[in-house]
Design a protein around this ligand. Sequence first.
Ligand SMILES: Nc1ncnc2c1ncn2[C@@H]1O[C@H](COP(=O)(O)OP(=O)(O)O)[C@@H](O)[C@H]1O
Ligand SMILES: [Mg+2]
Length: 221
Amino acid sequence: MDVPNLPLHRRSDLPAGARLLKRGERVLEPDVYVADKGGRPVVVKDYRRYRGTPLSLAARLLVRHEAGILRRLSGWRHAPALVGMGALALGMEFIPGETLSESAGQVGREVFDQLQAALRKLHSEGITHNDLHGTNVVVSAGVPVLIDFTSAWRTPAWLRHSFLSKQLRRSDWKNLLKLRQRVAGIAPTPEQIARVAEPRWVRGIRNGWKRAYRGSKTIRA
Ligand SMILES: Nc1ncnc2c1ncn2[C@@H]1O[C@H](COP(=O)(O)OP(=O)(O)O)[C@@H](O)[C@H]1O
Ligand SMILES: [Mg+2]
């Protein structure tokens, strides 16, 4: 059977003078680059390589989704401002600085205290980030700025106390504590560990699933 030739590695042309930040290699990952817009640097997340392909609709939805979240967060110092949006690309403020992954060992508690306050604020707006990793936080002049809201989710007010919503918030906190330990060497307190711990029944299902998965691999091998 022929495998359809999806354009995972097709390159979209970068505008002249653009500086590539990250080439989209996996499915529905954008090319991310810095371009000049009226003398000011703008980060573009570009999905144009999906134009005319079966994944074009999904790419459009991702663009609209991320732009919608950034629009909601406009004016907040912990997220880049939305600068523009097309069908298959969005543009946002360029945040000068280094990602937390790049600045391991160089940032301390004060940056993480700000990040904690930022996450609390984000959650109070009903938004979870859902991909809180070192490459998705840029530290700019000592201020942590959250980027990459592709996986973020805004829960309607009436569902904020739902199990799923709590689980998403817990998962953001868990990622933040892991990041803090890895980047700044600050271990979580026992209270913090308890706060992000999943209920026992969730852990039970997860572990049961892992065992079943491993078992099925052993049987097949
Ligand atoms: N607004 C921004 N300012 C500065 N750097 C950015 C910005 N947005 C993205 N980047 C850089 O580009 C990388 C990829 O962007 P990201 O939004 O995380 O895309 P992806 O969804 O492919 O992970 C980031 O890890 C960061 O280094
Ligand atoms: Mg990212």
